[in-house]
Design a protein around this ligand. Structure first.
Ligand code: SF4
Ligand code: SF4
Length: 271
């Protein structure tokens, strides 16, 4: 796999079809970390294995990365779903992007060049790749709680939040250049880490992710105090799918129910 991924990346850089490849290299310990490959000789450092879990789509909305123009990105299944959302929200241009992802055959690399190609690949391949993980158990437990128990559960969890915003930085869909929680004039949310301000921050975040979160888990992975934010956004996502009768495919393909409206909607306040 890595050989094919390196060959394709090398080909794109050598032919100058792209100016940078976003991928992974070995970290200082045993794990892997995101890396940027600008020159053909840089490709030597590239790795790609089951440890490559970071959602690299988070870099695609950064201004300094956009300035490179055409680029390639190595995408696991979570990254693919984020890219679909980012294109459908007009945050990135599909004609600037080469998406490299593992195919179903051993050592195969698939190159995807458009949102249609990515969506079709995601719909065909991802359901079979999905494996149960610990977030499933937590979501099932939360769903069985009463409203009061849920409120208590999240209050206790968010009391541990140190407001480092690593979850925000890791999320590909949290791309505002200025976040409400950092506004000081007026200051909507207290900056210090305490229960009230933490609740406000997390409720704002959950609302902004409603109907948009792709369930990649990068936020939970990034949290230094192990708050499972993916469970929160997944419960919200499942509720939205139930309430609006959306299949997973419809949800992923840009039906952002809390950020769109139809002229004939009953609620007049949104017009
Ligand atoms: S799981 Fe977390 S990081 Fe991933 S899209 Fe949802 S909120 Fe963002
Ligand atoms: S990463 Fe964890 S500790 Fe940091 S702001 Fe997010 S929830 Fe709080």
């Amino acid at each position: 796999m890595i050989k094919a991924m390196k060959n394709k990346s090398l080909e794109l850089l050598t032919s100058q079809e792209v100016r940078v490849v976003i991928g992974y290299e070995k970290g200082t310990k045993c794990s892997t970390r995101p890396s940027f490959f600008f020159l053909p000789e840089d490709i030597e450092r590239m790795v790609f294995d089951e440890e490559c879990k970071n959602n690299l789509a988070v870099y695609l909305t950064k201004e300094n990365i956009k300035n490179y123009g055409r680029l390639a990105i190595i995408a696991n299944d979570k990254t693919l779903q984020s890219i679909v959302k980012l294109i459908s929200e007009n945050q990135i241009r599909e004609d600037n992007l080469f998406v490299l992802t593992p195919g179903s055959e051993d050592g195969q690399v698939i190159v995807l060049n458009s949102i249609e190609e990515i969506k079709s690949f995601v719909n065909k391949s991802i359901p079979s790749q999905k494996e149960p993980d610990s977030v499933d158990e937590l979501v099932a437990r939360i769903r069985k709680m009463s409203r009061e128990e849920r409120w208590k559960y999240w209050q206790d969890e968010f009391a541990r939040c140190i407001r480092c915003y690593a979850c925000r930085a890791a999320c590909p869909l949290c791309y505002c250049t200025r976040c409400t929680v950092e506004s000081s004039q007026p200051q909507w949310v207290p900056v210090a880490s305490h229960v009230l301000g933490n609740m406000e921050w997390h409720i704002i975040r959950a609302m902004h992710m409603s109907g948009r979160c792709t369930d990649c888990g990068a936020c939970a992975e990034a949290c230094p105090v192990n708050i499972n934010l993916q469970a929160l956004t997944r419960v919200v996502r499942e509720s939205i799918q139930d309430e609006f009768n959306l299949t997973t495919e419809e949800y992923l393909e840009g039906n952002n129910v809390l950020s769109s409206f139809k002229p004939n909607d009953n609620e007049t306040f949104i017009r």
